[in-house]
Write a protein that binds this ligand. Sequence first.
Ligand SMILES: C[S@@+](CC[C@H](N)C(=O)[O-])C[C@H]1O[C@@H](n2cnc3c(N)ncnc32)[C@H](O)[C@@H]1O
Length: 420
Amino acid sequence: MSKVFLDDARNLKDKIKLSSIDVTITSPPYFDMKDYGHTNQIGFGQSYEAYLNDLQKVFKDVYDATKESGSLWVVIDTFKRDGAVVPLPFDFVREISKTGWKLQDIIIWKKDKTVPWSKKGATRKIFEYVLFFSKSNEFKYYSERAREITDLKEWWIRYPERYNPNGKSLEEIWEFSIPTQGSWGEGYIRHFCPLPEDLVRRIITLTTDEGDLVFDPFSGSGTVPSQAAFMEREYYGFELNPEYLQMFESYLEANLVTRLDSYRASRITLDENEFKKKIIDLRILKYGRVLAKKMKSSGINVQKMFTKHSEEPLNKKHDIAAGHYLLLIEPNNTSLTDADIITVINEIISVPPLSKFGISSKFLLSRNLDEFAELLPDNELFIYSHNNTHQFVAKPSASNSFIYSTIAVNINEEIYRNTK
Ligand SMILES: C[S@@+](CC[C@H](N)C(=O)[O-])C[C@H]1O[C@@H](n2cnc3c(N)ncnc32)[C@H](O)[C@@H]1O
């Protein structure tokens, strides 16, 4: 059913069923500044009142075509006219609130690359508004997915201690570059400022499920419908200019297969409980590895260790998991008693970085390989090397068998990179 219509957005009632849209993401045509090359275009050649009226009409129809759980995201900016700023975002909110839309949030889209000039009386423009409206109070909004779509990428794998396993909430300033390349060429980009793909993806992830309907009444180069297609959502759009529609169609055709593939590969990161468990597993394993490194700096050589996730009560309020550690201490550290070594360990774990891991730890020491081996559980054990606790060793050898654990972590970082 997905389609971008070569038609006026003011005709949307004829094409789109009532209560069918899940999310609308759009940047409306500018007021009287850009000529998009069509007599029916909204904005160019109109009075400000007529322009606002037309926008109000379109967004009233979008409201009626939206499900109760749906939302609307509008990227919009102020502009200067006759020597004074016209507060379009605020006028827009006032007008479309009359049609029923509830303003939920105002987000700042910070552009990191901007025109390096400013005019008298104006600071350099580096942001636009993203207005987020809902139809009802029961709108779809998956805040727990925010952690996936902030700056996590592969970093949580190597630095699990930095990420709260319960997720990370989104901030109200979003930083995305202005798109600089695309199959439609530089001239188009300069003229239109298409929306950044990442911004559109973020909104789709936050507000929809696969199969949901994404809409853009002013599709332009088709960033919104193409991202919807890449993320297995349905889409509808309107665009007056046949050249832009053509650009969208060729872009979609050229990229759909590869982009769907990478979307499917990245999708596996989205399960909340799985993420939480992985962060805990990664922290327990890394805690042991970092501890051994610190002990070595204090002159105590840990030859091997065993660790497991324990269900024992946590020591401190902010701890997130308990870990048991069995350390095989090199026999020639005999000058130190077990009590001495435990004192050193307690000093190490009471300060950062280990004090920040949120791990309640318990230790057992051994000085003998046979005894160590005997203390290992019968369960299947996974083996990690000295410098990697996010991927167990496929072929253990004397040199790469350092940490033994009942915890199985095998994360291929490549999957989490460049999910485009
Ligand atoms: C700011 S641009 C949208 C850019 C788009 N978000 C992108 O990523 O490329 C606004 C678009 O609205 C289109 N437009 C203007 N008046 C229209 C109308 N009455 N119906 C449908 N589209 C219209 C223009 O041709 C232009 O492509």
